[in-house]
Design a protein around this ligand. Structure first.
Ligand SMILES: Nc1ncnc2c1ncn2[C@@H]1O[C@H](COP(=O)(O)OP(=O)(O)O)[C@@H](O)[C@H]1O
Ligand SMILES: N[C@@H](CCOP(=O)(O)O)C(=O)O
Length: 314
């Protein structure tokens, strides 16, 4: 049996709407992401298990992982032997942690490995983005490529090879807090303005390009100072009860930046020490998260999607 793990990700990464994304690795070793198992079977079969399986449609044909299997069987590897594909759905749906991307990436990576198709990286990313686009309301790569490749990725159709990896300050901690309710990505895209003024478009380009160059040249403090989201946060914050309060309160707990992860409702804070990260996490546990939520102190997951052994997840 092959088991593939795909990590959660922060879409937009504050300054890069639809264009920047980062994969997350909780520092306590928790596997924050989906796992797909694939093994030979008498005929193709699909199972969805795990803590969030019951939140997905019970009809397999509506599950992205099953749809990926059908597509792969029909268009990529018709002669692949029959498989049992099991999705261990470990990420909440509509969380802002790239949940749908996780399932799609883990599934295609598992199928590619099982069938030994060795599709080129850019073909894999295209395939993955097609399926992520089906549910999120638009085709965007900012969960797909960090989830697949790891790290922080500048990513888009026009980016060479679809993704360019960026360095981050090794001292940064990312506190990710899922408040415990769902926010549909397509709905959160629906509240965004359909067009931008020239001034706003130019400012977005200036901010994102400066941010990337500053990271590339190791000027991390200045990069952090530029982190501001004028594209989505002002329109989405009213969809996320408690976000505005957290944005005001967390800097006094040590956060250098507070923003929405993906389309929300997960919030992420960047801290420069573990002590600050722990203080922010405590505040979020007390004030932002309900009984269905959770929080993690993370570093970036630089490995991305990978094979894991049986004992590696519980
Ligand atoms: N394996 C899957 N993982 C996540 N969502 C799935 C999956 N299969 C189907 N879906 C559907 O896709 C939609 C994903 O919602 P979305 O808000 O885009 O989630 P997220 O932002 O967490 O990726 C939901 O309607 C969900 O039922
Ligand atoms: N760039 C997208 C990211 C959506 O991420 P998700 O984790 O909420 O699916 C957007 O901001 O809409």
């Amino acid at each position: 049996m092959i088991s593939i793990y795909a990590p959660a990700s922060i879409g937009n990464f504050c300054v890069g709407f639809d264009s920047l994304g980062a994969a997350l690795a909780p520092i306590d070793g928790t596997l924050l992401g989906d796992v797909v198992h694939i093994e030979q079977a008498k005929q193709d079969a699909f199972k969805c298990v795990g803590p969030y399986a019951s939140k997905l449609p019970s009809d397999a044909s509506e599950n992205l992982s099953f749809q990926c299997l059908m597509h792969f069987r029909e268009h990529v590897a018709p002669s692949m032997s029959p498989v049992l594909l099991t999705l261990d759905k470990r990420l909440p749906i509509g969380s802002g942690l790239g949940s749908s991307a996780c399932s799609v990436v883990a599934t295609f990576a598992a199928l590619d490995k099982f069938a030994a198709t060795q599709l080129p990286q850019s073909a894999m990313i295209e395939l993955m983005a097609d399926f992520e686009g089906k549910v999120s309301g638009a085709r965007h790569y900012d969960n797909i490529t960090p989830c697949y490749l790891g790290g922080l990725q500048l990513t888009a159709e026009l980016v060479p090879d679809k993704a360019l990896s960026l360095p981050v300050d090794e001292h940064w901690y990312y506190v990710a807090a899922y408040p415990g309710f769902a926010l549909n990505t397509a709905k959160a895209r629906g509240v965004l303005p359909q067009s931008l003024t020239t001034h706003k478009a130019v400012e977005f380009a200036q901010r994102l390009s400066s941010f990337c160059v500053l990271l590339q040249s190791g000027r991390f403090e200045q990069a952090l100072e530029l982190m501001q989201d004028d594209m989505a946060e002002p329109y989405r914050q009213s969809l996320i009860p408690g976000f505005s309060d957290a944005k005001v309160a967390l800097p006094s707990q040590g956060a250098k930046l507070v923003s929405i992860s993906g389309a929300g409702p997960t919030l992420f804070a960047i801290c420069q020490s573990l002590e600050d990260a722990k203080q922010c996490q405590q505040w979020l546990e007390n004030n932002y998260i309900n009984e269905h939520g959770f929080s993690h102190i993370c570093k970036l997951d630089n490995l991305g999607t990978r094979a894991i052994s049986q004992g590696e997840h519980s």
